[in-house]
Write a protein that binds this ligand. Structure first.
Ligand code: PLP
Length: 384
């Protein structure tokens, strides 16, 4: 049989929530499609409810929410922002755009999160902030990181693109930093194609955040009747999504519990039914520390090395399963070298993880038979 004859299990497929199409029609028929309309208010209320954030602002992406956070920190050229090398480029880009220097720290070999033991050595007198990424929605060691940040007077920002609904010691992810960012990109648990949110846990940031998001104007205060005209008062950009996207997002957020039950069912089957195969083949499964509750964002395996990872992806494709690798290290990427700096000790764990990691299909619409097919395909691979 040729690979083209197979029905491929995709690596991701969007879930269509019950009210999604109705809300989209309603938004379009309402003749008001710009940002901050009725669906934006509904989606924002749901984001606040799910994350427990004091304040939330919908944005056009997580990337843009990160850019807003960098503006809100008033970073100056040469200021340093510590972050993991093992993350999406937007984590670094947002700060590099302000002229700040991303300082890349290696990740822990178990959770692949920023290694808190290496944080202090990366701090200098120029350090202003630490950006954490809860990889796969498994929390970073927020107690240690928070304590170090406090001691050195650093802001903590959570890039919580993976972590919606996740918890650390029973506290919701997104509530630890002065700010946190969410992504509603197509590949995330809840999505509207392109979208995001900025969560604000420090009330003092709220007013300026609203202005930055509205092209640097006090338009939001004008609409609330607090000023009689709106003017250009600060730097900013256009970070608010159309209400049509907010309509789609509202339906998705309303279906969050359903989506999560389905994703967890897939994650749990992979974890259980691949355990003996992984142990017998020198393959590592994800580590979830006891004090972390993850939101089933990714299911990944760490193959013994790059050659096996590539052979494994090809093996799965021949069996109708699309599996994909993930982040390439930022510290050694062309822009990372140009704009950033690597913390003492380098990032050897990141380099190894980037080579070894493979993600299995994981989405809410993956049915039992698909999961069975994926598991059988994985188990047919032998590390020799
Ligand atoms: C997806 C992702 C982003 C970017 O999200 P967008 O909404 O596409 O801008 C940023 N950081 C991490 C960790 C991500 O996974």
């Amino acid at each position: 049989m040729h690979a083209t004859d197979l029905r491929m299990v995709p690596s991701n497929r969007t879930y269509i929530a019950d009210n999604e199409l109705d809300y989209l029609v309603e938004a379009v028929r309402g003749h008001s499609t710009c940002g901050d309309g009725p669906f934006t208010r509904r989606a924002t209320a749901l984001v606040k409810q799910i994350t427990g954030a004091g304040q939330a602002l919908l944005t056009t992406s997580c990337t843009h929410a990160l850019e807003m956070s960098a503006i809100l920190l008033d970073l100056r050229p040469g200021d340093e922002v510590i972050m993991p090398s093992f993350t999406f480029m937007s984590t670094a880009n947002a700060f590099a755009l302000r002229g700040a220097v991303p300082v890349f720290v290696d990740c822990r070999p178990d959770t692949l999160n920023l290694d808190e033991r290496q944080l202090e050595a990366a701090i200098t007198e120029r350090t202003r902030a630490v950006v954490v990424v809860h990889y796969a929605g498994v929390a970073c060691a927020m107690d240690t990181i928070g304590e170090l940040a406090n001691r050195h007077g650093l802001a903590v920002i959570e890039d919580n693109a993976h972590g919606l609904g996740g918890r650390y010691r029973d506290r919701l992810l997104g509530s630890f930093g002065c700010m946190a960012t969410q992504s509603f990109h197509e590949t995330k648990n809840v999505q509207c194609g392109e979208g995001g949110a900025l969560l604000l846990n420090d009330g003092a940031l709220a007013e300026r955040a609203e202005i930055i998001r509205e092209k640097g104007t006090d338009r939001s205060r004008f609409y609330r009747g607090q000023v009689d005209k709106y003017r250009w008062v600060d730097i900013g950009s256009s970070y608010l999504p159309s209400d049509v996207l907010a309509a789609q997002l509202t339906a998705q957020l309303e279906a969050f519990d359903t989506i999560q039950v389905r994703r967890h069912a897939v994650w749990d089957r992979y974890h259980e039914e691949l355990a003996d195969w992984a142990a017998g083949n020198g393959v590592a499964q994800p580590t979830v520390p006891d004090d972390c509750a993850h939101p089933a964002h990714l299911y990944y395996l760490l193959m013994p090395d790059l050659a096996h990872r590539q052979a494994f992806i090809a093996h799965l494709a021949e069996r109708g399963v699309r599996a994909v690798f993930h982040y390439q290290p930022l510290h050694s990427s062309p822009a990372g070298v140009q704009h950033g700096r690597t913390a003492p000790g380098g990032c050897p764990v990141t380099e190894e993880a980037a080579d070894r990691l493979v993600r299995l299909p994981l989405f809410a619409g993956l049915d039992e038979a698909d999961v069975t097919q994926v598991i059988a395909a994985v188990r047919a691979y032998e590390v020799s």
